[in-house]
Design a protein around this ligand. Sequence first.
Ligand code: FES
Ligand code: FES
Length: 157
Amino acid sequence: MQLKINNETHQVDAPDDMPLLWVLRDLLGKKGTKFGCGMGQCGACTVHINGQAMRSCITPVAVAQNAEITTIEGVDEKGNHPIQIAWRDNNVPQCGYCQSGQIMSALNLLQNNTTPSDEDINSAMSGNICRCGTYPRIKQAIKDAAKVMDKSKGAKS
Ligand code: FES
Ligand code: FES
């Protein structure tokens, strides 16, 4: 089947019910998306499918066929997206394991809402678990990125 990932088309030989996460990591070598619980409960495997944050460990690959898939590798290859800059400026990661999923969930929030309230952030991020407890820095980084993304939105309109 054909998959469009980070604006590139890939041909993969996978059964329809294989989790998208398996395809990304094992068949395509895109290891930025992490395997955590494998049950849709930790958020480590979060990617975007047609602009929606989805748990790739419980999404059969067939669902993502003919869709636009974005993984952490597709955010900005040089690491210059405002969200990546904010993550670095706030030294967010500790062990780092959960962070690609955290960034994909945060990005999904900011793509829909560049002025999120604390409640908006809490609710958008509630499904992403961090065993290192980096939550306060994640929150600050989202607020910093929101400011930049909100300005750039204003500049374009
Ligand atoms: S690995 Fe997918 S939600 Fe935990
Ligand atoms: S930084 Fe270690 S699990 Fe989140």
